[in-house]
Design a protein around this ligand. Structure first.
Ligand code: GLA
Length: 375
């Protein structure tokens, strides 16, 4: 009996092996999966949690409220899976007024616009103000606080989120159509691909606001994480974190991360902690590695690759133990760090900074990948 089955199966097996490449690609693709779970409702709209799993077991969960990444599970050097970002178990956690954009997509303009004002085509615009008289992360109700439309994509490795911000939203001109695609890669990476179009000229600066702590809950702060940022300059800011227009050298200052350094080494020398935009020293126009974070305890390494010219390195300075997240973790000051790939803050008011104005007929594009490994 067994022999008979084998003689029938054997030619099939030989055939399948012969079809090599195509078959392998299919098998690999099949190892990606997506699951969906209800995550609550907001203004009668359903919020859903999507979990993307890669062939190596990396798991990324995303909700369509704010296009927010709620967890990233990756292995440490002992092969234990750990969640390397902050987040909440429930929708009310994310809806808290004091939620500091945890895991969300921020926009239309990530970071600050001075006094929420800018001029375009001789027209003065006024945005909603939400940060000491300035506009932060798109204003009072930015892209982090709206429900996006989520669509699963063929192959199950990606999730597409779309949102149309209407003309005049938070004071911004033009109907802006935004698309974000999150993709888990076979090599433990999370890639974020952004595109947007508009029907009136408008400033745009989209980024993701994940708070990383690579220890997976073992370390209460990131002060012992090591970080490298490929940058020789940063944008100097005033006391409200608005750029002065100057681009000082990092060399010989606490801002120098051009070779790996512990986050905590010089942090006390920087008033309030790190919350600055580094001017990336790029060699290409494509997706390029511009930062690396390493947690020696867990052995986890995170490389940041981007197409953007800037990187906001923020050390969770405003976290103050008043928020408790998933697993009961209390978010104390410096519990996690953000690496927000972006154009420079206040771009619309700083003619010498890289252009942040999107015009009708053009397509805004930005790609960033958080790539995990161990050493
Ligand atoms: C950004 C800003 C910080 C802070 C956080 C959210 O990273 O640069 O100043 O506002 O968002 O708390």
């Amino acid at each position: 009996m067994k022999k008979q089955v084998l003689s029938i199966l054997l030619p099939a097996i030989v055939l399948l092996t012969a079809c090599g490449t195509h078959q392998n690609a299919d098998t690999k693709a099949n190892q990606y999966s997506v699951t969906e779970k209800p995550f609550g409702t907001l203004e009668n709209e359903a919020v859903t949690k999507y979990t993307l799993t890669s062939p190596t077991g990396m798991q990324v969960s995303i909700i369509n409220y704010g296009a927010t990444v709620t967890s990233i599970m990756v292995p440490g050097k002992d092969k234990t899976m750990g969640d390397v970002i902050l987040g909440f178990d429930t929708l009310p956690g994310y809806l808290q007024k004091t939620n500091p954009y945890i895991g969300a997509i921020v926009g239309r303009y990530g970071n600050r616009i001075a006094k929420g004002k800018f001029e375009l085509d001789k027209h003065a615009y006024q945005l909603t103000l939400n940060d000491h008289g300035n506009t932060l992360h798109g204003g009072i109700r930015g892209l982090d606080k709206v429900i996006w439309t989520a669509t699963r994509m063929p192959g199950d490795s990606s999730l597409q989120l779309t949102y149309t911000s209407p003309d005049g939203d938070q004071g911004f001109p033009g109907n802006l159509k935004v698309q974000v695609i999150y993709t888990v890669t076979s090599g433990n990476g999370l890639q974020i691909d952004y595109t947007a179009t508009t029907d009136k000229a408008t400033p745009i600066n989209l980024t993701n606001h994940c708070y990383f702590n690579l220890s997976g809950g073992k370390e209460p702060t990131i002060l012992n994480h090591e970080i490298m940022i490929q940058a020789a300059k940063y944008t100097a800011v005033d006391s409200l974190l608005i750029p002065t227009g100057q681009l000082p050298d990092v060399k010989g200052t606490p801002m120098d991360f051009s070779s790996p350094k512990l986050v905590g080494k010089d942090i006390s020398l920087v008033k309030g902690g790190y919350d600055h935009n580094w001017v990336l020293s790029r060699n290409t126009k494509g997706l390029e590695k511009i930062a690396t974070v390493y947690d020696a305890g867990s052995g986890r390494v995170m490389d940041v690759l981007t197409t953007e010219p800037g990187l906001q390195f923020y050390t969770g300075n405003f976290l103050d133990s008043t928020l408790t997240g998933k697993y009961g973790w209390v978010y104390a000051q410096h519990a996690a760090l953000c690496l927000e790939t972006q154009h420079f803050p206040d771009g619309p008011n700083q003619p010498s900074f890289p252009n942040t104005i999107l015009k009708p007929g053009e397509t805004y594009t930005h790609s960033t990948r958080y790539q995990f490994s161990v050493k």
